[in-house]
Every structure is written in C-alpha cells, then in structure tokens.
Design a protein around this ligand. Structure first.
Ligand code: ZN
Length: 508
C-alpha cells in the first residue's frame, strides 16, 4: 500500500507527465494546422519554408518525448499501481516513448530524408508509367523500415511492428484472419454479382453539376448530419481529408463536375472522421484521453456514416429532396435509383480510390499480402508489378495493363507506410459491428434516417466510442461498445444481405 506521502508524490509525477505530454500535443496540433494550411490554401511558393517549420516542430516534439525526464516519470508512475484513466495515460505514453527511444536518431533522419525524396520519384514513375524508376527507392524504404522494426522489437515479426504503428492493439493475427475471411467470402460474392442479370440503375447521377452548387449541397449534407460549424469548416483539397482536435475539426472535400455522387459520399466520409474528433472529451485535450483510438477506429467512424447511413435507401429518401433543391434536374430520379447508383459494384475497376464498398476490400487484401511479403523478404521489390497484376487477376478477374493503373497508383509506400492499408478494411468491418450494436440498443435506425434524425446514433457513438479517447485498447473498446470481440460476422452478413437483394442473387 502506498503511504499518504507517496500518493502526493505520485500526483506530482502524474501532473508533471501530464504537463509534458500536453506540450507535445500542442506542438503536434500546431503542426497539424500548418499541414492543413499547406494542403488547402498555402501558395505553392511557401513549400521550402513550410518544410523547415514542420521539420523543426517534429524535432521539438521528438525531443520533448524522448527526454530522460519522460522516462523517469514513467518509471515512477509504473511503480505505483495506478488505475483507470491514469493507468491508461501511462500505458499510452510508455508505448510512444519506447518506440521513439528505441530507434536511433540517424535512422529516423534517414527514413525521413528518403521518404521526402521518394515522393517526387514515385510521381515521376507514375507519370512515366514505369515501375523501374521507383524500384530502387522502394527497395531502400523496405530495407529501412525493416531495420526500424528490428530496433523497436527485435523478437517480433517486423511487419507486425510496422502494422502496430497504425493499429497498436488488434494484433496482426487478428487482422490477417479477418482479411483472409474477406477475401474468401467476397470473391465468390463479387463473382455472383458479375454474373447477375439484375438491372441496376447506374446513371441516376449522370450529367454535369456546377461546383458552387455542389459545395452548397456538401454544406447541406453536413448540416443534415449535425456537423458542429462552431468547431469546424469545409474547404476543398485535391485529396479529401479531415484533421484537427475536439475544438476545431475541419473537413475537406473535392468537386468534380461529372461526379456529384463522389463529392457527396466523400463529404459524408470525412464528416465521420471529423465528427469522431469533435466527440473526444474537451477535458482530455492534450492527453491520450482526448485523442482518437488510432486508424481502425477512426476509419470505422467514417465508413459507418458513409456506408451504413449514406448508402442506405432510407438516406436517399431523406436526402434526395434536399439535393433536388440545388439540382432541379434530379427531379426525375427516384430514391430507389439513387440508392442503386450509390451501390453499384464496378467489376472492371482497377483503382482503389474509385472502388465500390465490396471490391474495395480486395484492393486492400492485395496490398496487404504484397507488403507483408515484401517486409518478410518473401517477395523481391522487382517482382511487385507481376505479383500485383496476378493478384488482381485472381481476386477481381481483371489485369492492369500499366504500372500507373497497377502498383504505382497509391502514395502510401512512397511515405514508407507499410501496414497502413489493412486499417481501411478493418475499419469497415468495425463500422458494421458498431452499426449493428447501435441498432440493437436503439431500435430501427432506418426510420430515423428517413426523417433526417441522426442525433440518437450520434449520441450512441459519442458515449460508446468518442468519449473514451484512448482510455481503452481497441479490443476492449469494441467489447465495451458491442458486448463481443472484434469480428467480421456483421460486415459479411450486411454485405451478403444488401448485395444479395440488390443484385437478386440466389443463395444470398
Ligand atoms: Zn477515411
């Protein structure tokens, strides 16, 4: 048992740690605003100075985290059996501290420099449609990241270490099992859809739609879902994203005159991310208790709103009349036609970011299998294009004709991000599990969606997910919210029932 005096010392140590990590969080959040500015409004000429500003903030945050004093405080606090929120804060800071201190600074710098140079090389390779231009860089990045993983944990599978950077608590075996199941059950479902004779209304949103009117409609979408404009804003960016804190979580989207549906679904997706951030507790700001629970949970929030709400029949019954006010030409489109257009499965699409809700996961499985084998040394970098194309043929029945439409299409590997891709699918799977649990608790959600009533669902997500920040590990958070372990059951049941009905499939 701790004596009264020791308790006071613990409190001091805890307060000191809290002050320290809040400074680190402030530096990180300031960098976030600079990055937002760079993506959204900065003139191109600003790049050299911005790169220096961001690099200085990144070193500053690294120094604060890896300072000896952080280690001393963690040890002091670990000796005292803290519980609840304080124990969670110590667990999370320990994780970050161990990762940051275990990797030599010169390796960190080499990775950072290599990835900065990798970006233009990747762009060049993609434009020239020639993987060999990018190959030496990718080889180097694979080597450096493998070395990085060995420093973090020399006993662990290096790919598992890299995956844990994005999803620290769902172990790789769980991820692997879920992704294999998606592959094994979605491949036959998509084949059945290919062979279906069902007539799907695919051109409900064909035509040209003015950008300014699309922006007004994107604001209508955000209004309707309950976005808090006092703590957010909407802008455009070439690659939509959302970023910020619980006090200011911004959304970006993009408009393409020929793709109205794309701007609506992308706005709803980014709303889901921003809405999660806005639901983090104000009083947790600056500590892990006020931070989101990593990429799987983040993506579950965006996919829940995008797919389970935004691609439902009920949503189009609610939203089509709103859309018609901006675009009277949609007068002839029925909610059923809008629903079908929003859910058509593209059996000949090679590009991940243009994929539908089902084939998307095979794009992810392919990337996962390739990067896992690359890091393990089971696949040579030079053989990536062929492995990529073979897998597209095997899983989706299509073969890219070019590297640009094949293994050069995504930016992630040029950032040195290996282990990031799986979190997209893991998040979708979790979205289905959470949506099912919310319906179990709240009753029929479609009825509310049809009325444009999203407050109950949002409140449920606030209480079950957002309010906890990083208080629980991912598996515990899922268990607390849904009463069961993380599982793909709900996603697969949802996918089979929805698409079985839509495409009139026998046996689904
Ligand atoms: Zn997302």
């Amino acid at each position: 048992m701790a004596t009264g005096q020791e308790t006071e010392a613990d409190l001091e140590a805890y307060d000191e740690l809290e002050t320290r990590i809040e400074r680190i969080a402030n530096v990180g959040n300031a960098a976030g605003i600079l990055r937002w500015d760079q993506e959204v409004i900065m003139p191109e000429g600003g790049t050299p100075a911005r790169a220096k500003q961001l690099s200085t903030l990144s070193s500053l945050s690294h120094e604060l985290l890896t300072d000896e004093r952080t280690g001393e405080l963690l040890e002091t606090l670990e000796d005292q059996d803290l519980e609840g929120e304080q124990a969670a804060v110590v667990r999370e800071v320990r994780r970050q501290y161990d990762r940051a201190t275990s990797v030599p600074q010169d390796l960190v710098e080499e990775i950072s420099e290599t990835t900065s140079n990798a970006h233009p090389t990747w762009m060049e390779a993609r434009e020239a449609d020639d993987f060999s231009i990018f190959e030496p860089t990718l080889e180097k990045l694979v080597e450096l990241k493998r070395e990085y993983a060995t420093h973090v944990d020399s006993d662990a599978d290096p790919y598992a270490v890299l995956f844990a950077e994005y999803e620290p608590y769902l172990d790789l075996e769980t991820a692997e099992r879920v992704l294999e199941r998606l592959r094994d059950e979605l491949v036959p479902l998509i084949e059945a859809i290919d062979e279906s004779d069902a007539e799907i209304e695919t051109d409900a949103f064909a035509g040209e739609f003015d950008d300014d009117d699309q922006e007004a409609l994107a604001r209508d979408v955000l209004d309707s879902l309950g976005y808090d404009w006092d703590r957010g804003r909407l802008d455009t960016a070439p690659h939509p994203f959302s970023s910020g804190t619980q006090f200011d979580a911004r959304v970006t989207t993009r408009f393409d005159e020929s793709d109205l549906l794309g701007s609506i679904t992308s706005t709803i997706h980014e709303f889901g991310h921003a809405n999660y951030t806005l639901g983090l507790p104000d009083e947790g700001y600056g500590t892990p208790l006020g931070e989101s629970r990593d990429l799987t949970v983040h993506e579950s929030q965006s996919r829940l709103w995008e797919n389970h709400v935004g691609r439902s029949r009920a949503f189009w019954e609610h939203f089509l009349p709103i859309a018609r006010e901006r675009f009277p030409e949609l007068e002839a489109v029925s909610p059923e036609a809008a629903y079908e257009a929003a859910n058509q499965v593209y059996d000949d699409n090679l590009i991940r970011v243009e994929a539908d809700e089902l084939t998307y996961h095979l794009h992810i499985v392919i990337r996962f299998e390739i990067e896992r084998d690359l890091i393990a040394g089971d696949l040579e970098v030079a053989d990536v294009p062929e492995a990529w194309n073979d897998k597209y043929e095997a899983y989706l029945g299509i073969r890219p004709e070019t590297d640009a439409d094949g293994c050069l299409q995504d930016i992630h590997w040029s950032h040195g991000s290996f282990g990031y891709f799986p979190t997209y699918s893991l998040g979708s799977v979790l979205a289905a599990q959470l949506y099912t649990a919310a319906e179990d608790d709240l009753g029929d959600l479609d009825e509310r969606t049809r009325e444009g009533e999203f407050a109950d669902l949002n409140q449920w997500l606030r209480e079950e997910i957002h309010a906890h920040g990083k208080r629980y590990t991912t598996p515990d958070l899922v268990e607390e919210a849904t009463g069961e372990g993380y599982t793909a059951d709900h996603f697969l049941a949802y996918a089979k029932s929805k698409y079985g009905e839509l495409y009139d499939l026998e046996g689904y």
